[in-house]
Structure formats: C-alpha cells, structure tokens
Design a protein around this ligand. Structure first.
Ligand SMILES: C[S@@+](CC[C@H](N)C(=O)[O-])C[C@H]1O[C@@H](n2cnc3c(N)ncnc32)[C@H](O)[C@@H]1O
Length: 278
C-alpha cells in the first residue's frame, strides 16, 4: 500500500554523506524533492512502505546493491549528443587536425570521456571522427568512455536511445546514417559502438588502467565536486594528459584558481585547456 513518503533533514544528511563518500558528488541541500522523486520507486520495488524506512534500512546494513541504486539515482546523469556544439566544432576544425598532424608517425590517438553518462558524448566523438576524418580509419583510435555508475554504463554499452534522447543534439541526417529504429527506440550502429571502449572508473579512485591520453573530456562533472576534489582531479588529469594534449571541461567549469598548470585555449566559442609549456 502506498503511503505518503518524505525525507527528513537527518535522512537527507545521511544520503548526502553516502553519495559524497562513494562519488565525491556534493548533493545540493535543496534537492530533497528530487531525492523523494527518485527514491520512491527504488524504495517501493524493494518492498519498503516509506522512504524513511528504506533510508533506515540503508543506514543499518552493510553496503549492498540498494546503496548503489540509491547513489546512482541521485547523481545527475544529464547529457545529450554533441552537447553545447562548440567543443565538437573545435575538435573537428582545430584540435583533431592539429593532433593528427603531430601523431602522423605513431598513427594513434587516445581520447577519454571521463564521465560519459549514458554514452551520448563518446558516441558523438566516434560519429564526428567517422564523418569527418576518413583518413583515421586505419589508425589506432581509442575512445575510452568511463563512468562510476554501472547503470549509466550499461545503457551506454547498449547504445539504445528513446525518441526524446535521440532528438537532443543529433540531426536527422546523422540519426538516419548511424542509428536504426528498434521498438520505438534508436539503436546505434555496431560500427560506431565498437569504436568506444567502456570502462567503470570512479574518478576519485585509481586511473592506473588508463594509457596516456591525447584528449580528455571531463565535462559537466567537476561542478558537482568540492574544491579539494576538483584540485585533486585536475592534478590527476595533469599526469594523464600528454604534454601537447587537450582537456575539455563543461561550459560552467574551469581550471582557473584551481590548478595553474593549465592554460586556456580558445577556438571560436569553445574553450579548452592544455598544459603550460615549461
Ligand atoms: C551530468 S553527467 C555529464 C555527462 C557528460 N560528460 C556530459 O557532459 O554530457 C555527469 C556524470 O558524471 C558521473 N560521475 C559523477 N561522479 C563520478 C565519479 N566520482 N566518478 C565517475 N563518474 C562520476 C555521473 O554518473 C554522470 O554520468
């Protein structure tokens, strides 16, 4: 039986702490209504009559799949194809051509989407490469896409999008070329899907499985972290990025006042970052 559900401030504090410990994401204090909305169905399908009894359970049990589901439900995974347009234009017109020239002996490029959500971002890069850089067909192009959320990664690996998602950022022409309709949804073609390697990486843990990277997309995730976490992650980016590589952040994010090893590079409306040359 459905009862009125609600989240007390102490329950919300517990959720904030749970999410912070496992992802470093700082949940806004005014997001109780969202937490209620997202947790209601998890609590119900796990057999709890109220959100508070569900949270009491979480508090007293060892970490299990319900904690994971709770965290993944409350961390924002908003994304879209070719999000913000400008970074992808800059990649196409400036940064990829430059790096292709620099890597013409190695014939290899490593690109990392460090918080890839449901996959639209790495697939946008794969589509862009296939559309505009036919000469890379016989290069080793590694697009690594990672996220800490297994729910997001499962969806990303599947590469299937609903009508709303497919319309966000993708032209009809690209949709027709790279997706097929399946059960009222759109399935990405295998050729594009196979260009992306998905890995589960929690940004606050080790990145040791990764090679050195030429282009890092770390977009729309730093905003959810506190300053010490942002600084720590930018310090790790510095180690992971090749000396002449590029870092793309979200439009509301910057390295400024956080890590002075990076300099801003602007191309048209897009800003990205590279390491200061020593
Ligand atoms: C708002 S989405 C951004 C997706 C994409 N980069 C974009 O700009 O459209 C943020 C993503 O960061 C992921 N995330 C949050 N904390 C993370 C962490 N500690 N490690 C890895 N991924 C994390 C979330 O699961 C989510 O998919």
């Amino acid at each position: 039986m459905k009862q009125a559900m609600g989240i007390s401030s102490s329950d919300f504090d517990y959720l904030r702490q749970l999410i912070y410990t496992h992802s470093a994401v700082v949940l806004d204090g005014d997001k109780t209504y969202l937490a209620e909305l997202y947790l209601q169905s998890i609590a119900e399908s796990a057999g709890f009559a109220t959100i508070s009894s569900f949270i009491a359970y979480l508090q007293h049990q060892p970490f299990n799949h319900l904690h994971t589901q709770t965290i993944e439900a409350l961390v924002t995974n908003e994304t879209s194809f070719f999000r913000d347009t400008a970074p992808f234009e800059a990649l196409k017109k400036s940064f990829l051509p430059e790096l292709i020239q620099k890597r013409k002996i190695e014939r290899s490029l490593n690109i990392w989407c460090a918080a890839c959500s449901n996959g639209q971002e790495p697939y946008s890069i794969a589509i862009l490469i296939r559309e505009h850089f036919p000469l890379l067909t016989d290069w080793s192009i590694n697009i690594i896409a990672s996220d800490f959320s297994s729910k997001a990664l499962n969806r990303a690996r599947q590469g299937r999008y609903n009508q709303l998602e497919i319309k966000r950022g993708l032209s009809q022409q690209l949709r027709a070329k790279y997706f097929s309709p399946v059960d009222n949804e759109w399935q990405i073609n295998d050729k594009i899907r196979q260009m992306v390697e998905f890995q589960q990486i929690n940004l606050i843990h080790s990145w040791s499985a990764l090679p050195s990277i030429d282009i890092i997309f770390l977009r729309n995730v730093l905003i959810y972290f506190d300053i010490p976490t942002k600084k720590a992650l930018l310090g790790k980016v510095k180690e992971q990025l090749r000396v002449d590589g590029y870092l793309f952040l979200g439009s509301g994010e910057t390295t400024f006042n956080l890590d002075e090893s990076f300099e801003r590079v602007q191309f048209d409306k897009s800003i990205c970052y590279k390491l200061h040359s020593t």
